[in-house]
Design a binder for this molecule. Structure first.
Ligand code: NG6
Ligand code: CA
Length: 505
């Protein structure tokens, strides 16, 4: 298959570019493939039924991607939280090289240098039209944003032609959508004010006015109230533009579809940041009560529906075969992430991280090993791959596929042959990050250096991976990282420590 594929790409991509389309040998007018990256928020390795056929939660549409594509058993986010993980995806650089790549508040400045070569810019250079819809969480502006004016820099200033985003997370203010450089639908006289320091005079908060809440916090999340849910941060005004959590999925999906519908002669690259199943979990009534697992499970069903709607749309437009879809998640799963939403009570036998240890925020594999699927209908043979691939690799992998310069200064690796199912190994190693702390994976081995901090999070009820001693696990025989081999496998330990230090120093 490799030979056929390489040949077709050579013919195709080295062909004459005419009005943005590539003339492809005798298939004149055939275009470069469109590329869509769907990034779920806090979806775990065990949350997708295609990865765990025995589980009760069914994700039939993500399973469509799996059945018609290649799914990776060792697909990674770089980080166990959103901002750093998205930073790596967008830039191809390890987030721990940038001290600002930590969970950002909703009024944080953009943390990507606007002069940097980014994933969307790489696509743009290859002749693509680029769009970002959904969760952003990489900061906007340069500090002191005026939410009533021109909001920049943001996605458009790092390579996206179009964007329709939420600034940070669905539990952080401002609870409005930003379309290109403005708050969408904002009425002129309806001024928005945002603060992460203090409340605005006379405005209710979750802390002081719990009677106004339809969903109550379990920890944090007790500041401004929007749509009956108290959030992180304070905001006032902007009533004309406030989002409604229950229609957020449809809103983003509609903008995804209309972005696709607007495309003409150019191929497109679309980043689609799903907001589910991040807290607060308020899926549309279509999904309420449907999973039996409470709002977290229902939100996963809603995310799955979004994927199905997108696939149907591509099919209806005749784009199913010439579109590469990568589906993955920004970090591992969490059950209680700050709201009393029944996720713990209704979890039953469901294991969001599957057999992996830890979850969101963790240095164990459950923090960063996530569902990771690539579908390219008609080109990539469906199946399973054990190759290690990471979201950070999308930059150099797609650069190589599209005959753009591969940037060897980046931490991104060209693993396109693994992504297409032609190489069983993928990247040699990966530095994983959780809350600013690092761990290291090479081959089947996982190494966690000594870290200060709690071993266990009582808030999220999960292992964080901190220990005052070194940890070494052999993942092929111990996927759940239960037996620390550091005291016995001294040679391996020394090798792992050395290789890890060579990268981070
Ligand atoms: C934490 C929030 C959590 C979530 C997370 C970011 C509290 C107590 N916890 O600080 O709810 O918002 O930040 O999640 O406030 S992420 O997926 O965007 O990284
Ligand atoms: Ca996340």
């Amino acid at each position: 298959m490799k030979i056929i594929l390489q040949k077709s790409l050579n013919v195709c991509l080295a062909g004459t570019v005419m009005a943005g389309a590539v003339s492809c040998g005798n298939t004149a007018g055939k275009r470069k493939p469109n590329v869509i990256v769907i990034l779920a928020d806090d979806l775990g390795y065990g949350d997708v039924s295609g990865y765990n056929p025995a589980q009760t939660l069914h994700t039939p549409n993500i399973d469509r991607l799996i059945n018609d594509g290649l799914h990776f058993t060792c697909g990674y986010a770089t980080s166990a939280t959103s901002t750093p993980s998205r930073y790596a995806l967008m830039t191809g650089m390890y987030p721990w090289r940038n001290k600002n790549a930590r969970i950002l508040p909703g009024d944080a400045p953009l943390i990507i240098d606007t002069a940097m070569q980014t994933l969307p810019r790489m696509f743009r250079n290859a002749g693509y039209s680029t769009g970002a819809v959904g969760k952003w969480h990489l900061g906007l502006g340069t500090g002191n944003i005026d939410w009533n004016g021109h909001i920049a820099p943001g996605p458009r200033e790092i390579g996206y032609d179009y964007c329709y985003i939420m600034a940070a997370t669905n539990d952080r203010v401002p609870c409005v959508y930003v379309e290109n450089n403005r708050v969408a639908g904002l009425n002129k006289n309806d001024t928005i004010e945002v603060s992460y320091v203090k409340n605005f005079e006379g405005e209710p908060t979750g802390k002081d006015n719990p009677e106004l809440l339809k969903m109550h916090p379990s920890h944090g999340h007790e500041q401004s109230i929007v749509n009956g849910v108290s959030r992180i941060g304070y905001m006032r005004g902007g009533k004309s533009a406030l989002w409604i959590d229950e229609t957020m999925a449809k809103t983003f999906l509609d903008h995804v579809k209309s972005f696709i519908d607007r495309q003409d002669s150019q191929p497109f690259f679309l980043y689609y940041g799903l907001h589910q199943p991040h807290v607060p979990r308020l899926p549309n009534e279509m999904f309420a009560g449907k999973s039996g697992l409470g709002p977290r499970g229902d939100a996963i069903l809603e995310a799955d529906w979004c994927v199905g709607q997108l696939l149907d749309h591509l099919e209806a437009k005749g784009l199913a075969e010439n579109t590469i879809i990568v589906f993955t998640s920004d970090n591992g799963p969490v059950v209680d992430d700050g709201y009393r939403d029944d996720a713990v009570e209704k979890l039953g036998d469901h294991r969001p991280a599957g057999a992996l240890r830890g979850g969101k925020y963790s240095l164990f594999d459950g923090g960063t090993r996530v569902p990771f699927v690539l579908q390219w209908k008609g080109t990539v043979t469906p199946g399973t791959s054990d190759a290690m691939v990471c979201q950070i690799d999308l930059y150099n992998s797609f650069a190589a596929l599209l005959r753009q310069p591969v940037d060897h200064q980046k931490d991104s690796r060209d693993v396109m042959d693994a992504l297409l199912g032609e190489n069983p190994t993928g990247r040699a190693d990966l530095v994983q990050e959780a809350q600013g702390k690092l761990a290291y994976r090479r081959g089947h081995w996982a190494y966690i250096p000594p870290h200060q901090g709690p071993a266990f999070s009582k808030w999220t009820n999960s292992d964080l991976g901190n220990a005052p001693y070194e940890q070494l696990y052999k993942l092929d025989s111990d996927i759940g990282e239960t037996e620390n081999l550091a005291p016995t496998q001294l040679e391996k330990l020394e090798e792992m420590r050395q290789q890890f230090n060579d990268i981070i120093r």
